[in-house]
Design a protein around this ligand. Structure first.
Ligand SMILES: Cc1cc2nc3c(=O)[nH]c(=O)nc-3n(C[C@H](O)[C@H](O)[C@H](O)COP(=O)(O)OP(=O)(O)OC[C@H]3O[C@@H](n4cnc5c(N)ncnc54)[C@H](O)[C@@H]3O)c2cc1C
Length: 395
């Protein structure tokens, strides 16, 4: 293989490029990114950047020297617009075409939006800086969506003295992902600080005055942040013949087609550890998948390894550090196995079928959750892992 193209210059794409070089690939390595910036980190956007605690320079994932040492053909500020697997070329927005022997797709996701103009979203550094500029004490911010992103932004805005209204269509924030009781506990964290969390509320559009709800009520705001999830960046793959369905569909090796692999937020792959296909939007998993995809691209077919990680994410909200391992969606039961929800210090374990498939900790040291990661990674049964004396909080 003499020409490899990686499309998407962020966590997954950079990890793929670095791994290719580390594994000894010395051919042409082109990294294409539609943002003009060198690869930077996104999690601090809704934390330290929004809080104005960090300047943007701190987000750089690598120093210029480290990037230069990769000997990349770096194409920043230009989007990939098409893929022709038969000719093995990637078309770029500047009209050029990049031939490849191997391709890694790492184009991430973009925010879903609401009808109407003028709302903020939070995905890029520019998004974060534009919102940060507006978060001055006494202003009114409506955040639409109380998922992790909306909750983090609401917490930072509250800390900055902004009047925050947090609107969530579900009866309990994040209940589908982390369970009703844990979701309620996170919701309480907003309410007890005076953030106006309203659940069961549908927003139909953004207006000049603020947002309009499903029942016609208008909630006035100086700024609106829409944080209602994201969509995989796969439009450039239309007509390519790749299977796309809520992400680039891949097998357990992250392989989408002959010599074409996908990694990070955009990839929907079969995770054999959980026996299901999944698309994960977590920082650590994106980098791990970039590495796995790169190794498999270089490997002979019999030497490829399935990508079977225990997904991991964290979230910072107010004084709470939330950490979770595993695949929590679709769980059958949640049990608090250490600590107490009421103290905002606990570990909760998640059961799917007879297995431990997830664990979430709030305000606990890393070692408290580590054993649960191990249980998930080894496919431990629920019965063996959870003491029968621990009362279930939800079933
Ligand atoms: C505000 C925020 C906070 C977050 N906080 C956390 C957290 O606390 N914990 C956690 O685990 N995860 C968090 N995440 C998620 C984490 O940042 C993502 O999982 C990670 O960035 C995914 O990396 P990626 O490389 O797959 O995709 P991305 O980071 O989305 O990068 C994809 C890149 O490809 C570019 N691109 C898209 N289309 C094209 C194209 N056609 N041509 C060229 N380039 C293209 C995009 O512009 C982008 O630069 C957060 C995300 C955001 C936005």
């Amino acid at each position: 293989m003499r020409r490899i193209v990686v499309v998407g210059a962020s966590a997954a794409g950079l990890a793929a490029a670095e791994t290719l070089r580390r594994e000894g690939y010395d051919g042409t390595l082109t990294l294409v990114g539609d943002e003009p910036l060198a690869p930077y980190d996104r999690p601090p956007l809704s934390k330290q950047i929004l809080a104005a605690e960090w300047e943007p320079e701190r987000l750089a994932l690598r120093t210029p020297d480290t990037l230069a040492a990769l000997d990349l053909d770096l194409r920043l500020g230009v989007a990939a617009t098409g893929l022709e697997p038969a000719d093995r070329t990637v078309g770029l927005a500047d009209g050029s075409a990049l031939p490849y022997d191997g391709l890694v797709i790492a184009t991430g996701v973009r925010p879903r939006r609401l009808p109407g103009e003028g709302a903020h979203v939070l995905r890029t550094l520019d998004d974060a800086l534009a919102l940060r500029e507006r978060l001055t004490p006494g202003r009114r911010l409506v955040v639409v969506g109380a998922g992790f992103l909306g909750a983090e932004a609401a917490a930072v805005a509250w800390q900055l003295g902004v009047h925050v209204t947090l609107l969530e269509p579900a009866p309990v924030p994040l209940a589908h992902a982390i369970g009703t009781e844990v979701g309620q506990m996170l919701g309480q964290a907003h309410l007890k600080r005076g953030v106006d969390l309203r659940c069961g509320v549908t927003v139909t559009e953004v207006t000049d005055a603020g947002v309009r709800l499903g029942d016609g009520e208008v909630i006035e705001a100086d700024e609106v942040l829409v944080a209602i999830g994201s969509l995989p960046n796969t439009r450039w793959l239309d007509g390519s013949g790749l299977t796309v369905g809520d992400g680039v569909v891949c097998d357990e090796y992250c392989r989408a087609a002959e010599n074409v692999y996908a990694a990070g937020d955009v990839a929907r792959w079969y995770n054999p550890l959980f026996g299901t296909s999944m698309r994960i939007e977590h920082r650590t998993t994106a980098a791990e998948q970039g590495m796995a995809a790169a190794r498999n691209l270089l490997a002979a077919p019999q030497a490829r390894k399935p990508f079977a990680p225990v997904p991991y994410f964290w979230s910072d909200q107010y004084d709470m550090k939330i950490q979770a391992f595993g695949y929590l969606r679709g769980h059958d039961e949640v049990t608090v196995v250490e600590g107490d929800l009421a103290d905002s210090r606990f570990v909760a374990a998640y059961r799917s079928g007879d297995r431990v498939t997830g664990a979430l900790a709030v305000g606990m040291p890393p070692k408290a959750i580590r054993q649960w990661r191990q249980a998930i990674a080894t496919g431990a049964t629920w019965h063996d892992s959870v003491s029968t004396t621990v009362p279930a909080v939800e079933s």
